[in-house]
Design a protein. Structure first.
Lengths: 139, 396
């Protein structure tokens, strides 16, 4: 019976050659992004080019992991691997260093969230090599 | 003798790029395409923003990725007005030269990148791990798909303009009424609903409710198109003419923090009207792409039927039934007639053609001379929709 099966764990991201530096930094608890050296604009998710130029002339830079919350949604119907967490909150975070990440918001209830509130990155260990970013209030 | 549109040399190849063939690189087709583009940009001194067309083929390494070309342009930071995915095997690269030439001659784009890339040595042919952002950056955080994307978008809209659930419920009821008289609507939706039913439907990802969402199903649709001269020669007189078209993909790719309440319709809406020499007042029927109710409201605002943030008032103040001033998706739309997978974009197109041919039994819009049909393609990583297009059809 399907009902007897334990819920599967959340998926573990598989790095690509392009994204590997981000996951290497994540393993050390640090957030690294691709940055356009000319404008200082960061981009997320990692791409094979700097979208400002179309060339691979981006630089990997460690960023603060601080940002502000712009929009969020409380999810009641879970994605595969997330049945144990419902309801859970996903939020869009505009990073202080530029770029935007969508991630799970933790250590906060949705009625305590406000637009523009300060958040900071944290890490959830999924495997020996992979830690996934999440955000929480930066109080 | 058949006309040869290339006879007078209307186009020329100005540069090429090539990477070394490798046995097993660990790379994906996107990375090879990026290297080829980089070589060409280096040679010509052009920027990626100078490229406004892309032709490619479906590589084995990405087979099963039904959003391949969209993911490709997102990877390359392009904003093309012309995209071509060609799947004629080994003929594809040469075939794309002809396709790009035709697109350029007809003004669909000015400078097209034709790129062929694969990594079958790395992936084999039977894998299901795709490049891009979905498997690596969305699924691992519990991003359960379009309802989450539209939950976030709805919240962004709510903060900026205020979200009016009653207006959205009104759209749901209007479309459901169409499905009731559409024999091609999916059977389980052929029962009436009320605004309260919409409000009470199960919450998926706040504020998205079940009745906000499209439901995938099986089905199909299509059309036959030929030259007007040929159609007239065949003695046909009930014709539908595509008279203006506008399309855009990867809206504002260089903005890492875009306003998600803005979409490509802000570009293609005004553009299609400029091409047609028309305005929103001239449109007799509106057949917008509807994966979520709020998508239709955003299109009304950005195409120009009303101002930003005025969608709810416009919906509540406009009769969108077949006898009203702006009939909307008269067969139920995808939300109430069903979305036959990636063929879903044809549901509302087919209904518009049916109307203009005067064959929409039970819901016929009298005296409708034209229709505006739209499409939305791909919900990307919390950016604006991938592709947006607008097509104006006129009856005979």
């Amino acid at each position: 019976m399907a009902d007897d099966k334990p819920n599967p764990p959340p998926p573990v991201p598989e790095p690509t050659l392009v994204s590997q530096p981000m996951w290497d930094a994540a393993k050390e608890g640090k957030l690294a992004l691709q940055v356009d050296p000319a404008s200082g604009k960061a981009q997320f998710w990692p791409r094979p080019v700097n979208v400002q130029t179309g060339q691979a002339d981006y630089e990997w830079r460690e960023v603060s992991g601080k940002g502000t919350l712009s929009a969020w949604t409380k999810v009641h119907v879970p994605a595969p691997g997330f049945a144990d967490r419902v309801p859970y909150i996903l939020g869009a975070v505009d990073l202080a260093d530029g770029g935007r990440i969508v991630a799970q918001l933790v250590n906060v209830e949705d009625d305590a969230l406000t637009p523009g509130m300060a958040v900071k990155v944290g890490w959830e260990k999924r495997s020996d090599d992979i830690s996934v970013y999440q955000f929480e209030p930066d109080s | 003798m058949a006309d040869n549109f290339l006879r007078n040399k209307p186009v020329a190849i100005i540069a090429y790029g090539e990477v070394q063939n490798q046995r097993r690189s660990g790379k994906r087709p996107y990375e090879f395409a990026a290297e080829v583009m980089g070589q060409i940009l280096e040679k010509t001194g052009l920027k990626n923003s100078d490229i406004d067309g892309l032709a490619t083929h479906m590589p084995t390494a990405e087979a099963g990725n039904t959003f391949y070309t969209n993911t490709m342009v997102d990877n390359l930071g392009l904003q093309p007005s012309w995209l071509q995915l060609t799947d004629i095997g080994g003929c594809s690269p040469a075939g794309n030269v002809a396709r790009a030439a035709a697109a350029i001659v007809t003004g669909q784009c000015e400078m097209a990148l034709c790129v062929a890339a694969d990594s079958t040595g790395t992936t084999g042919v039977g894998h299901r791990r795709l490049g891009g952002y979905r498997q690596e950056f969305m699924e691992p955080i519990g991003f359960q798909g379009p309802p989450v994307a539209f939950g976030l978008l709805s919240h962004a809209y709510d903060q900026k303009y205020g979200l009016n659930l009653e207006a959205l419920g009104h759209l749901a009821v209007t479309q459901r009424n169409g499905a009731l008289v559409n024999d091609n609507a999916i059977e389980q939706f052929r029962k009436p609903i009320t605004v309260q039913d919409y409000m009470d439907s199960r919450v998926i990802a706040e504020p998205i409710r079940l009745l906000d969402c499209v439901m995938r199903c099986d089905g199909g649709n299509g059309l036959l198109i030929t030259s007007t001269e040929r159609a007239k020669a065949m003695g046909l007189d009930n014709l539908v003419y595509p008279t203006a078209y506008s399309e855009i993909t990867n809206f504002e790719p260089d903005d890492p923090n875009p306003d998600v309440t803005e979409t490509g319709f802000a570009t293609v809406g005004p553009d299609v009207f400029a091409k047609a020499g028309m305005s929103t007042d001239d449109i007799d029927m509106f057949h917008p792409y509807d994966d979520f109710l709020i998508a239709m409201m955003l299109q009304m605002e950005q195409i120009g039927f009303c101002g930003r943030g005025e969608g709810a008032d416009f919906i509540l103040g406009t009769d969108m039934s077949p006898t009203g001033s702006l009939p909307l998706n008269t067969g139920g739309g995808q939300i109430s007639a069903g979305q036959p997978g990636l063929g879903g974009g044809g549901v509302n197109l087919t209904e518009a053609i049916r109307q203009l041919m005067g064959e929409a039994t039970g819901r016929q819009v009298e005296k409708a001379k034209n229709a505006l049909v739209t499409g939305i393609g791909v919900i990307p990583y919390f950016r604006n929709w991938g592709s947006s297009n607008c097509l104006i059809l006129e009856g005979s």
